[in-house]
Design a protein around this ligand. Structure first.
Ligand code: NAD
Ligand code: MG
Length: 406
């Protein structure tokens, strides 16, 4: 199914989990897609292997040390090595680029994703933190530039597939369109589904990153375990589909076969199903409105046999309610929550704080910092910075307390 010249892809976060799934699809369709630029942050040796296999025009690394290593490893290759954050923005907005896959984790992904939006590209958005931080600004920019924003977070991709063609639930006057009644946002429940608060207090980083259904990066794995991921996804869905949080129900579905659903006024509920494999939403985003082979194992319903559903336990997992609270506070509150969560997750992975202290640190940041209208990127980024700063002394306090208790 060749449509002439292959489309040029910039892959932000090529060395990560989403990056790997994207490259797998690109490798399957050399007639359709070409890797134009790729970025990596730490695993430079892996980035070199990607460059050797896909021969991109550009590879972006964070600093000169990484650049020296990469240049040595790919000597003789026709790939130019670029350094720093500005280079990420440049390869995201470059004239020759057709598609940008935004797969950097955390707040670090915001600026290059926004650069792609401003340049009017097709953006496959995995980096939900970008929307959580700057939803209004981001979506305003999408509308202004005419960029094609295709969600590849599996739930949002599912919702996108289940919605009517407009891809939105409410019009500009908050009136429902096309009879959409509710969005049912599914959650696997993570590795600690069914745990109570006492049991959660003793869990380790190894247990938290061992997700039952999905193989993902460390940060999103911890977020899935704490249900912060579902909270961030709730905010992401509100912005993507112009929907109010009240119209979104979180449904725990441990098998992760249904990736989300849309309920309509006539009683219809449309679900998108498939094996839990990120190559499905990525392939959908790349080929939309067409469909291409993604190498995903076909769904065998007899093998699945059973689909279960239950409500989320918001008492044992307070992160979901915190995200709802941050969204209803509005302005910079979601950016504050996101920054505090990034700090808390890293501290948990470093074994400085316990799992149950992740929501504690997030709540602390939300309580301490004033919420401002999120009218500019500078204000949003300043809030992100302030939240990281004020978390530090509290983190020290929590980790000292933990050492004493041990
Ligand atoms: P990952 O940790 O596996 O990969 C992250 C990528 O970002 C790597 O390439 C890394 O080099 C790069 N990176 C990290 N810090 C950086 C920084 N400061 N500056 C520039 N680059 C940096 O993460 P992942 O699981 O692939 O997730 C990526 C994004 O996609 C996250 O926002 C996550 O929430 C979202 N997402 C992931 C999945 C999944 O299945 N993995 C599903 C849905 C959404
Ligand atoms: Mg998801």
């Amino acid at each position: 199914m060749s449509q002439g010249k292959p489309q040029n892809i910039t892959l932000l976060g090529g060395t990560g989990s989403i990056g790997g799934s994207t490259l797998d699809i690109v490798a399957r369709h050399p007639d359709l897609y070409r890797l134009y630029a790729v970025s990596g942050y730490r695993r430079i040796h892996e980035l070199a292997a990607i460059c050797r296999q896909f021969k991109p025009a550009f590879a972006v690394v964070p600093d000169q040390v990484a650049a020296d290593q990469l240049e040595t490893e790919i000597a003789g290759l026709n790939t130019a090595v670029l350094v720093g954050k500005d280079a990420l923005d440049r390869v995201a907005a470059a004239e020759s680029v057709d598609i940008v896959v935004a797969a950097i984790v955390g707040a670090a992904g915001l600026l290059p994703a926004l650069a792609a939006v401003k340049a009017g590209k097709r953006i496959l958005l995995a980096n939900k933190e970008a929307l959580v931080m700057s939803g209004q600004l981001f979506m305003d920019e999408v509308r202004r530039s005419g960029a094609e924003l295709l969600p590849i977070d599996s739930e949002h991709n599912a919702i996108f597939q289940c919605l009517p063609a407009q891809g939105t639930c409410f019009d500009d006057n908050s009136l429902p369109v096309s009879g959409v009644r509710q969005i049912l946002l599914t959650a696997s429940g993570g590795p600690f589904r069914g745990y109570n608060s006492d049991q959660l207090a003793g869990v380790t980083p190894e247990q938290a990153v061992a997700h039952p259904n999905w193989s993902m990066g460390q940060k999103i794995s911890v977020d899935s375990a704490s249900l912060m991921n579902k909270g961030l996804e709730l905010i992401e869905a509100c912005w993507l589909f112009s929907v109010k949080p009240e119209a979104i129900q979180v449904v725990v579905h441990p098998q992760s076969i249904i990736h989300s659903m849309v309920a309509y006024n006539d009683g219809s509920v449309i679900a998108q199903m498939g094996n839990p494999d990120m190559r499905t939403p990525i392939a959908y985003g790349l080929a939309w409105p067409n469909r291409i082979d993604a190498g995903v194992k076909p769904l065998d319903l007899f093998q699945v046999a059973q689909l279960d559903f239950e409500p989320a336990d918001e008492v044992a997992f307070p992160c979901l309610a915190l995200a709802r609270q941050a969204f209803s506070l509005g302005g910079t509150a979601p950016a504050i929550l996101n920054a505090a969560n990034e700090v808390a997750v890293q501290a948990f992975l470093d074994e400085r704080i316990g799992f149950e202290q992740i929501p504690e640190l997030c709540r602390y940041a939300l309580d301490c910092l004033p919420v401002e209208p999120a009218v500019s990127l500078d204000i949003i980024l300043a809030s992100d910075c302030k939240a990281r700063e004020i978390c530090q002394p509290y983190l020290e306090h929590l980790s000292m307390h933990r050492i004493k208790a041990q």
